[in-house]
Design a binder for this molecule. Structure first.
Ligand SMILES: Nc1ncnc2c1ncn2[C@@H]1O[C@H](COP(=O)(O)OP(=O)(O)OP(=O)(O)O)[C@@H](O)[C@H]1O
Length: 301
């Protein structure tokens, strides 16, 4: 006797409705960029927020998703941490969240921000295992009214965990920006993150070195607190691009605590460094897109 096999419901392989919604939404995002680090505390969120703000300052429409579920700081760094998240009822009866926005008094195009930090009280830790974290991140992608975007920036959790694999697969990333400090221990973990993104065939993988040096507020000399040149060497060794160095800037820390990305303080060394990094990134992505869209002349005859 034969019976009909039960239907398997394997989440995350492309068939579930949430993944389908993410796929529909990401059709409207020109570039999807993940910002990640092998190690915590290297300034990953600072880099993600400043890349987003630099792009918005250039006039692009930008969304940023804080997928760092365990330490969601992006909303605070963009000054929208006290925003109330409203939801809209969709035709199929579901609700979609409307991302809060900030345009820094007209200095940027409005940046759409979504974070788990909006949905849990400030002092409550999120104690979830991998599968739940993945589901939460996917909901913040698929159940939010993101609309059309030039750039979707995703601030990933630190490390090289399971949830990073799943979200990278779901998102079909265009680029991964991996943040490190010049310090040996950070570089070791950064190498792992670079290799993870290469293995997952993310088309463009690049390294940014943060906290590269401190400009002494007294004598103006550069002090290499965490060593020198490690990020560049690592990028060369792994055969990926090096986008640039960002100094430790006391203003950067103050600005991020006040909810204003340092990149909006145009005269600072950190702002100039961020703008250069973003220029390089945009140039590279547009060149890659151009190559992809150009007709393959070798096939013409
Ligand atoms: N270039 C910089 N100059 C001065 N302060 C910085 C710089 N980069 C980051 N910081 C500060 O260092 C702290 C940690 O930065 P951030 O939260 O961006 O790190 P992270 O890697 O995202 O951390 P986590 O792993 O906890 O998510 C923050 O207080 C931030 O303001």
């Amino acid at each position: 006797m034969t019976i009909k096999a039960p239907t398997l419901n394997i989440g995350g392989l492309g068939a579930d409705p949430l993944t389908q919604r993410i796929n529909e939404k990401q059709e409207k995002w020109t570039y999807k960029i993940a910002v990640l680090s092998g190690k915590g505390g290297v300034g990953k969120s600072t880099v993600a927020v400043n890349i987003a703000a630099a792009l918005a300052k250039k006039g692009y429409f930008v969304g940023i998703l804080d997928a760092d579920i365990h330490g969601p700081n992006v909303a605070k760094m963009l000054g929208v941490d006290r925003a109330e998240v409203l939801a809209e009822k969709m035709e199929d009866g579901r609700f979609e969240m409307i991302p809060p926005m900030n345009d820094f008094l007209g200095q940027t195009t409005p940046i759409k921000v979504m974070s788990m930090g909006f949905l849990v009280p400030d002092d409550q830790p999120i104690i979830w295992r991998g599968a739940l974290v993945t589901k939460a991140i996917k909901q913040l992608l698929g159940d939010v009214k993101w609309g059309s975007l030039d750039f979707m920036i995703v601030d990933f959790p630190p490390g090289t965990g399971d949830e990073i694999l799943t979200v990278t697969q779901t998102l079909k990333l265009d680029a991964a920006v991996i943040v490190t400090t010049p310090q040996e221990v950070a570089l070791l973990d950064t190498g792992k993150a670079v290799n993870m993104m290469k293995k997952m065939e993310v088309p463009y993988v690049a390294v940014v070195e943060n906290m590269s040096y401190l400009i002494c507020p007294h004598c103006g000399n550069e002090i290499d607190i965490f060593g020198k040149g490690g990020g560049k060497k690592l990028a060369e060794k792994e055969g990926v691009d090096f986008l640039g160095e960002i100094p430790i800037d006391l203003k950067a820390r103050e600005a991020s605590d006040a909810g204003i990305p340092i990149v909006l303080y145009e005269d600072t060394v950190a702002a100039k460094a961020f703008m250069k990094i973003v220029d390089k990134l945009v140039e590279k992505l547009e060149a890659m897109k151009g190559e992809k869209e150009a007709p393959d002349e070798s096939k013409e005859e």
